[in-house]
Design a protein around this ligand. Sequence first.
Ligand code: CA
Ligand code: CA
Ligand code: CA
Ligand code: CA
Length: 288
Amino acid sequence: MKLATFISSVLAGACFLVPDHSWGGVDTKSGAGLTPASIRATSGALSDFNGDGMNDLVWQGANGFLAFYIMNGPATRFGLTPYTVEARWEIAGTADFNRDRKTDIVLMKTDGSVAFWLMDGTTITRGIVPYKVPAGWRIVGTGDFNADSQPDILLTHTDSSVAFWLMDGTTIQAGVVPFKVPAGWQIVAIGDFNGDAQSDLVFVNAEGLVAIWFMNGIKFADSVIPFRMPAGWQLIGAGDFNGDGNADLVIQTSNQFFAFWLLEKTRFKEAVGPYQLTIDPWKLVGPR
Ligand SMILES: [Ca+2]
Ligand SMILES: [Ca+2]
Ligand SMILES: [Ca+2]
Ligand SMILES: [Ca+2]
């Protein structure tokens, strides 16, 4: 399937927001001694919604609620749920697409529509729905795959094809479908795990093995299988949470606990947590 066919006509200004303030905060826990300056420099999804340079978590609930956990490193500072996402829409990634140093959100609808929320903090300043992808494709997340410091978008197809949209802001500059996901594996996260400022891909398989593909742009360069997930835990995301410039992992249990694995490149350093999520099944949608 040609990537050109990905780009189809415009759906005008979607209205899929319902303000909601019904849910309170989460426990405040202190964090200490962080050096967040390096987080912005790392490749991979940026998910900083309060502009302090530290990645925040974004969760989408089964009921459509969107929860921002504003983080102090790997500790939750507070949580807020400013919106519900309209049915059939899912948050697909977090990155600064319009280069105003504020993290934005990309969403996808079950019919393939792709939307961008341009954000000012946790406030949506503008929503656009520029594309529709054909059936079978879904957005995995964001990363910079051509070293131009602009976030790109990674997609996979049900036939295991992997596509990269190399972006200029919210405009697709080029689409490439260079390889397929190996049978039995799926891509679950994107981050820089070898410190070369190029976004790498994190795969898991049914046995819980975690593989990291070190990428050279959109090309596979090397791989390692550094971990197996502990029984009952799933790898749900990656991002630099302690400000050391190394991507860390976020893991979750089926009964709504989550934790961080702080890494130094692919070496496990420390587990932080677990923390318990409240209400309903929550899915981590940022950093992504
Ligand atoms: Ca932050
Ligand atoms: Ca932005
Ligand atoms: Ca890029
Ligand atoms: Ca890398």
